[in-house]
Write a protein that binds this ligand. Structure first.
Ligand code: CA
Length: 245
């Protein structure tokens, strides 16, 4: 199963291949992940503990981090927190891998800035689908145009969102969620519709995940004294819609 590393690959051949940093202290799982990711066409970087993960992110500039929760030296949660605190990695897509089955932990991972999570033991194909879906969401921000709703402006060329001139910092999932809302302002979407539209149909995400990202989007969009632009429609879903409109 061990694949020899492609040390001879030239940078030109690597261009366009997304890099995934796998942070995992279980050597056997790391090997399995590398094998499967490379088979999918990804470049793979590795780190075996939390400190090393932070160094590898700075050096290798990965397109996505697959981050184990339980790690030596610095926990995955702490790595995630530190990455989110740094401007250069604030939007870096992160999938948290947790051995814990408690729902609270998964939600906590999302609250601390992870874009997605998967629980061990996982089915490899399900993880690959999530990685592809998250990278698609991150890449979709390169589409062209400008979307507006009230004092909210999304410049899709610059991948920049402002509210009343103030720059907003959104993770890739929140950006895509807001983009989706901005394409249909005022319209109410169910959690299922948001999952289909933002995450894609090919992966299974629990509808609770939508609530977590909506909460994060709200926090990013609404300043202390600003009006909440996201309306919760009881037992229906969400809309980009100011209450008084
Ligand atoms: Ca571990």
């Amino acid at each position: 199963m061990l694949q020899p590393m492609q040390l001879s690959a030239r940078p030109a051949e690597q261009a366009g291949r997304p890099t995934v940093l796998v942070v995992e202290d279980e050597a056997a799982l790391l090997t399995l992940l590398r094998y499967n990711l490379e088979k999918q066409g990804f470049r793979v970087e590795e780190a075996a503990d939390g400190q090393e993960a932070l160094l590898r992110v700075a050096e290798a500039r990965p397109d996505l981090v697959l981050l184990d929760w339980m790690l030596p030296s610095l926990s995955g949660i702490e790595v995630c927190r530190q990455l989110r605190r740094r401007p250069a990695t604030r939007d870096l897509p992160i999938i948290m891998v947790t051995a814990r089955t408690e729902d609270q932990d998964a939600v906590r991972a999302l609250d601390l800035g992870a874009d997605d999570y998967i629980t061990k033991p996982f089915i490899m194909e399900a993880l690959m689908a999530r990685i592809r879906a998250l990278l698609r969401r991150a890449a979709s921000v390169t589409s062209k145009g400008r979307l507006e709703y009230r004092d909210l402006v999304m410049d899709q060329d610059a991948h920049r969102v402002t509210r009343n001139g103030r720059a907003l910092h959104l993770g890739p999932t929140e950006y895509r969620l807001l983009e989706f809302f901005l394409q249909h302002p005022g319209r109410v979407f169910s959690r299922e519709q948001l999952l289909d539209g933002v995450w894609g149909r090919d992966i299974h995400v629990e509808s609770r995940t939508v609530d977590v990202h909506i909460r994060r989007l709200r926090k990013a969009v609404n300043g202390d004294t600003e009006q909440d632009l996201i309306r919760t429609v009881r037992s229906a879903g969400y809309a980009l819609d100011a209450e008084d409109s």
